[in-house]
Write a protein that binds this ligand. Structure first.
Ligand code: GUN
Length: 299
């Protein structure tokens, strides 16, 4: 195959801005029909820097599209009982359409119990087993926000996925595993032949080198090198890792799972970090919240 020297950026900034514009127009439409704006509630436990940034960005994006938003904060020491009580209270609050609990949670709180306490109808993160089960069977559901954002990215970039070999690296419940299922589903984007790689995979490079579409979701800075990528591949970088960098004002910089400098010139398309999948996750979350407000997913 010809060596690729120019690549197209899968620009999360532009794509997510266009999605936000469409959502804002729909909110206007709802309001013109005298309906209330969609309302997202986020629960944040503790003071983890990355979680603070993500939640602040989610709230800011809600404002930008005209949604209502609420932030409920708890100290790291909150009990599981107190957190579950708050979730149940929000579950029955008819003025709130979508609820998310930012992860990770402190070790003394059972994440699975938290996930399963959120009403599936309000689970705009798409983490509840009922939503995940429905996703597997291609039934109406909320898709997990990051995989949903990646599908939106592929769609907006006009990339056809049918018949392609998609390699997903990482099998987390919130990204890698659902991503592998979505890319294999009989829908577009989808219809791929999918390989799901993980920490026990032997000879990872020999598999990633066969990928037409490579999705890296492992959380290891710049792990994917040029010799692991096929010429002309579409590469999607899900990692967002903070690396210490004394030359920046914040003292850190963000990087992804992919060594962008090495890999980009080999690709047909590649998503950057920052400015790629992170923004698409929020777009996915906003779309789920709008669907929740419109009562589009029935259980
Ligand atoms: N932590 C990392 N990604 C996510 C996400 O998509 N949703 C929530 N709730 N927490 C996260």
């Amino acid at each position: 195959m010809e060596k690729t020297t120019s690549y197209q950026l899968l620009d999360g900034k532009t794509i997510s801005a266009s999605i936000r514009k469409d959502i804002a127009a729909e909110v206007e439409q709802l309001r013109s029909e005298s309906k209330r704006a969609p309302h997202l509630c986020a629960i944040l436990v503790g003071n983890d820097g990355a979680s603070e940034t993500y939640v602040a960005s989610k709230i800011r994006n809600c404002k930008e599209v005209g949604f209502e938003s609420s932030l409920v904060r708890y100290p790291e020491s909150v009990t599981e009982t107190e957190l579950l009580e708050k979730i149940r209270e929000i579950n029955s609050d008819t003025s709130i359409d979508g609820l998310l609990v930012q992860l990770p949670l402190p070790k003394h709180i059972d994440v699975q119990l938290v996930t399963e306490t959120i009403r599936p109808e309000k689970d705009v993160d798409g983490f509840h087993p009922l939503n995940q089960g429905r996703m597997v069977q291609n039934l109406p559901c909320y898709l997990p926000a990051t995989p949903y954002g990646i599908l939106l990215m592929l769609e907006h970039a006009g990339l056809s996925t049918s018949g392609k070999h998609c390699v997903v690296v990482g099998r987390s419940n919130i990204v890698g595993l659902p991503m592998s299922i979505l890319m294999a589903r009989n829908s577009e984007p989808g219809n791929c032949t999918v390989t799901l790689c993980h920490s026990r995979t032997t000879d990872l490079s020999s598999i990633t080198r066969t990928a037409d579409i490579l999705i890296a979701a492992i959380g290891k800075p710049e792990y994917i090198k040029a010799n692991m990528v096929k010429e002309g591949a579409v590469v999607i970088d899900v990692g967002i890792i903070r690396i210490e960098d004394a030359s920046t004002k914040s003292g850190y910089r963000l990087t992804g799972d992919v060594d962008f400098k090495e890999v980009a010139t080999k690709c047909s398309h590649i998503s950057p970090v920052p400015g790629g999948v992170g923004l698409m996750t929020i777009a996915g979350l906003l779309k789920n919240t709008l669907r929740a407000a419109k009562g589009e997913v029935r259980f």
